[in-house]
Design a protein around this ligand. Sequence first.
Ligand SMILES: [Zn+2]
Length: 82
Amino acid sequence: MRNTRCNICGSDRYERRKIEYLYSHKGEYLLVPDTPVEVCVNCGVVYYDAAILKEIERRFFAILQNAEKPDRYIQVPQKSLA
Ligand SMILES: [Zn+2]
């Protein structure tokens, strides 16, 4: 994905990982398991592939407009600190 140095710390050591990415837009969410990212081994900053973010966004709006169906729905608890 990348072949340059980390913007934050300048390290050139990256590790590929898969994370759970939570896309949010105006109070609507799409959780994307196994999103491939690159993580700087030195400072831990996470780099997302622009094409993948674009695809996530496309799917988010497709699901929002009922053009595509999500794999499943999950319930998320909310609890205020106040
Ligand atoms: Zn770094």
